[in-house]
Design a protein around this ligand. Structure first.
Ligand SMILES: *Cc1c(COP(=O)(O)O)cnc(C)c1O
Length: 386
């Protein structure tokens, strides 16, 4: 047996040890930890829906109607009316013939690539793709090639060198730790030119990007022809839980037959699917949430650049401050924590070596004065260190 305790100790000395906060009460712009209120800038609840009374009520209603557990996988007896209606609604919303629910985004990615790609095929992935897409590529048995972040020239060279093999390009739509968008127009061109299947994981774009919040594809105005495989999650901007894949009939039927993370797992609680419909309704009805969110993004960026904070060129609610080494990131995060502000220090291996950062995320639930408080605190802590 490996010496686990020694491994853990080493991880601690490298400032890579991870710990958890225990949150009392609901997720929101402020959370309670150890009886103290913290202004939180680290959730993915971008629209502030995770504790919306209408969605809470829908979850309760769904539980009364469908009970708690789904009881089985979708293919046995776990596929409820609520799941089915949600799939139809999500297909309609994304403008695609069909959609398929998965329990999580992680599982959706594993399911898709292992059902579509196999030994002898080749998958190209952006180096900064989410871990679940990378793992999906590895698990598929196909060859996985990672290209430098956003470097479509490098990708083109590799596509050209792939011979007659079946090719896939998989990319985050919005990069989860950097907040920048995938160079989608270029990826679409390359996929067409080199006959590759393009898959976009829009975990952080769905609900946020595009005029109606339908995601990065709406932002760029691409459909199922240009991007045949779309994965979105429901636990981030939508404030609930789960994920779905949307595409054409043959894709969805193939996943139902062959995606192991779909076939061999218990279906989501139907009440969760039911609650997600309420969330989708709010996405439509309360478009002020996206407006508020982007106003706050602008306020933060304007303020941060005035203060000379090291922000990146991100137009999304993900606004990282890259500080370099893990110790600095951890230190700043702890100092802010003492002041009642929650921002997580993201360290390797989640991000590349030397790019440890404070991953700041904004939510429509925040107010202008929350952002002012954040900027003040960041300004102070960064000045003290320089
Ligand atoms: C969060 C995330 C996932 C995983 O989704 P879960 O539903 O949390 O499992 C997948 N891809 C990206 C890009 C993500 O940010």
């Amino acid at each position: 047996m490996r010496d686990l305790a020694a491994d853990l100790e080493r991880q601690a000395t490298l400032n890579l040890y991870r710990t958890r906060n225990i949150i009392d009460g609901p997720q929101g712009p402020a959370v309670i930890i150890d009886n103290r209120r913290y202004l939180s800038f680290c959730s993915n609840d971008y629209l502030g829906l995770a504790n919306h009374p209408k969605i809470v009520a829908a979850l309760q209603q769904g539980a009364v109607k469908y009970g708690v557990g789904s009881g089985a996988s979708h293919l046995i007896s776990g596929h409820s009316r609520a799941h089915h209606q949600l799939e139809e609604r999500l297909a309609e919303l994304t403008g695609r013939p069909r959609s398929l629910l998965f329990s999580t985004g992680y599982m959706a990615n594993l399911g898709v690539l292992s059902a579509l790609a196999r030994r002898g095929d080749i998958i190209f992935e952006d180096r900064l793709n989410h871990a679940s897409l990378i793992d999906a590529g590895l698990l598929s048995g196909a060859q996985l090639q990672r290209y430098p972040h956003g470097d479509t020239e490098a990708l083109m060279g590799r596509l050209a060198g792939a011979g007659k093999r079946l090719r896939f390009i998989a990319s985050d739509g919005v990069f989860s730790m950097d907040g920048d968008l995938a160079p989608l127009p270029r990826l679409v061109d390359l996929a067409q030119q080199y006959d590759a299947c393009l898959m976009i994981d829009d975990a952080h774009g769905f609900g946020v990007m595009g005029i109606h919040g339908r995601g990065t594809l709406e932002h760029y105005n691409y459909g199922v022809m240009e991007v045949p495989v779309l994965v979105c999650t429901l636990g981030k901007a939508l404030g609930v839980f789960g994920a779905f894949v949307a595409g054409n009939e043959a894709l969805i039927e193939t996943l139902i037959q062959h995606a192991r993370t779909y076939v061999y797992t218990t279906a989501l609680p139907p009440a969760v699917a039911f609650a997600t419909m309420a969330s989708l309704e709010l996405l439509e009805q309360e478009s002020w949430r996206r407006k508020q969110l982007f106003n706050l993004v602008k306020q933060f960026r304007d303020g941060a650049s005035q203060l000379g904070l090291p922000i990146r060129s991100s137009m999304t609610p993900i606004q990282p401050l890259i500080v370099g080494d893990s110790e600095t990131a951890l230190d700043i995060s702890r100092t802010l924590h003492n002041q009642g502000i929650l921002i997580s220090a993201i360290r390797p291996p989640t991000v590349p070596e030397g790019s440890a950062r404070l991953r700041i995320t904004l939510s429509a639930g925040h107010t202008q004065s929350d952002i002012e408080q954040l900027l003040d605190a960041l300004n102070k802590v960064m000045k003290e260190r320089s």
